[in-house]
Structure formats: structure tokens, C-alpha cells
Write a protein that binds this ligand. Structure first.
Ligand code: SF4
Length: 318
């Protein structure tokens, strides 16, 4: 396992590409990022990959290209270890909000080793602020994974130290199936699970909407299924990935024009939801730190970076 390239800025977001096995098919990317103006001393975010490519093939995501299987527990821990030891060689992370998201390449619930990593992280690191986050579209047939995840959350990450996120994106079910073309839980299933998962003191379960034009988001539909005392709403623009361009998707939220999100934010609030509008740093998009896109670019170009991914801070260890 070795890091073969890195890209980005230390004070915003840095993408690492690692070759996990002796074959270029086994490349993954992982990310560390900050949320300016919040300094690293207060909040640090890791975004990990759980598979080589992704089987799910969501229309907006560059990770859904070639799929070459799941990462092992060791390969996931390598990502954490690499980023932690660069800054904290003794493995002590004194940051109050240290978020570790399983949200880069791969649908985490399809990889049971994610559960082993969640059990191991509190032992492997001395990190009182450790807060894992699972971001999932909840594929069918993974009930056992989610049952065990609930046990792990209750055992290791109580008191608000875990984030559970579901990808909803649109309330139009036919269009939702187009965006995420796999068999997955419906709104009733997600709602039932969230009600059981959420305990007093936990963070509310997040419903993620990466909003695209012509993919409706109706707060009145959401409120039919999801209790605002248990679920919160997170709205983001659609990230400018290569897949978004290829599939001719357009973001419904313009990160430069906040009025484009005003109505939907207010509508959700009127139903009693907490709403997070997560615009992100625009520069982060040019770094490519928002989606699983860097490995495919690196692989397709034979380790040459194409225009749009170039940066003075790009380094390759090849
Ligand atoms: S959004 Fe997630 S589940 Fe969908 S293709 Fe990308 S990595 Fe896979």
C-alpha cells in the first residue's frame, strides 16, 4: 500500500491517491479537508473510500466507473493512518471535531469491513473528537449491516459522536431511480430505520439532497415520511463532476446565488426541519475534492493530469 499522488491545498482540501495492491486497477482516493474559516485545531474532516470504483453507478458520480471490489479493513485503516500520521505522528488527534466520513468511492453498506473499521478506530487512535459518518443510499438486502451499525453506534459513538446520512436527492421516485439506478430502500424503510437508530443525545439522521434541476424536492412529500424530531435536511449544490457534465445534469442551487435555495430552505423550515445549506468552498470543486473523480482521471490519462485538474500543488510519487 502506498500513496502515489496527492493534490490540493493544505489549508483547504487535499486528495491522496493510493495504490493498495500490485495492480493499477487497485487505486483509491481519499481526502482531508477543512471548512474555512474554521481552523484545523477545531475541525478536521477525512473522506474515505470503501471500494475500488463503485457498483452503484449514480448519474452524478465519477466513482461509478470501473468496479474492482471492496477494500479490506487494513486498506481503509491505511487511509486514516496516512493522513493522521502526517500531522500527528503519535496518533493523538486533539481536535474537538474530527469527522471521518465513509463517503468517497463506494457505497459503505456493501462492505462489511467498514463495521470492523468502526470498531477499531477508537482503539487505533487517541482521538476524543472522533465522529464517524456513514453516507448511504441504503441498497436493498443490507439489513444486517445496518443492524450491526446501530449496535456499534450505541456502543462506541453515543452522545452525538456519529452521523448517519441517507442520499435522497429528489422526492420524485421515478427520477430518484434514474439518478441512483439500483434497488434500494424507499422512504418508508429509511424512516423506519431512522426512528429505531436515533436515540436521545444522538445527532439527528441527515437526509441529503444534492439538488439538480428537473429533479423535484418537495418538502410536503418529505414531511409525510420523516419526523423533524428525528431527521434533518442537508441541501447541497450538485458538484461539477465529469459525470454531471456527461449526463447533462445541472445544479438547482447556484453556489454564487444563495436566492436559488431560499424557497426550499424556508419551505423545509416551515415543516419544522433543521436545515443545513452546505455550499462548500468553490475552490474545493476545482481541487476535485467533492466526489470520486480523481482516480478515474489519473487512470484514464496514464498518470497524466488533464486540464481542469491541474494545479501547482499536484505531486506524484511515481
Ligand atoms: S454516489 Fe456513492 S453510491 Fe453512488 S456511485 Fe458514487 S460512490 Fe457509489
Amino acid at each position: 500500500m502506498k500513496v502515489v499522488a496527492s493534490y490540493g491545498k493544505e489549508d483547504l482540501a487535499k486528495v491522496y491517491v493510493a495504490q493498495m495492491r500490485d495492480d493499477p486497477r487497485y487505486l483509491v482516493e481519499f481526502v482531508e479537508s477543512l471548512q474555512p474559516p474554521v481552523p484545523r485545531e477545531e475541525k478536521w474532516v477525512f473522506i474515505l473510500s470503501t471500494s475500488f470504483g463503485c457498483q452503484m453507478k449514480c448519474l452524478m458520480c465519477d466513482a461509478g466507473g470501473e468496479y474492482h471490489g471492496k477494500l479490506t479493513e487494513e486498506e481503509m485503516l491505511f487511509q486514516v493512518d496516512h493522513m493522521v500520521r502526517r500531522r500527528f505522528p503519535d496518533g493523538k488527534v486533539p481536535i474537538p471535531k474530527f469527522k471521518v466520513q465513509f463517503a468517497r468511492m463506494g457505497e459503505p453498506s456493501l462492505n462489511p469491513a467498514v463495521l470492523a473499521v468502526l470498531r477499531k478506530l477508537p482503539i487505533a487512535l487517541d482521538a476524543p473528537g472522533l465522529m464517524p459518518c456513514i453516507s448511504t443510499l441504503a441498497p436493498n438486502g443490507r439489513q444486517d449491516f445496518f443492524r450491526e451499525l446501530t449496535e456499534i453506534k450505541n456502543e462506541f459513538y453515543g452522545g452525538g459522536m456519529f452521523q448517519m446520512q441517507f442520499s435522497i436527492h429528489t422526492t420524485d421516485l421515478r427520477k430518484r431511480n434514474q439518478l441512483m439506478p439500483c434497488k434500494k430502500w424507499g422512504f418508508e424503510d429509511i424512516s423506519r430505520f431512522g426512528e429505531e437508530f436515533y436515540q436521545k443525545g444522538d445527532r439527528k439522521v441527515t437526509l441529503n439532497f444534492a439538488m439538480a434541476k428537473n429533479y423535484p424536492v418537495e418538502p410536503s412529500v418529505v414531511q409525510e415520511y420523516f419526523d423533524p424530531n428525528v431527521f434533518l435536511i442537508k441541501l447541497t449544490p450538485l458538484n461539477p463532476t465529469q459525470s454531471v457534465a456527461r449526463n447533462e445534469l445541472q445544479s438547482a442551487i447556484d453556489p454564487y446565488v444563495l436566492e436559488t435555495s431560499e424557497k426550499v430552505v424556508n419551505d423545509f423550515k416551515s415543516y419544522g426541519y433543521d436545515v443545513i445549506l452546505s455550499i462548500g468552498e468553490l475552490e474545493e470543486n476545482s481541487i476535485g475534492s467533492n466526489c470520486g473523480q480523481f482516480v478515474s482521471v489519473l487512470r484514464d490519462s496514464g498518470y497524466q493530469i488533464r486540464e481542469g485538474y491541474q494545479s501547482e500543488s499536484y505531486q506524484t510519487n511515481q
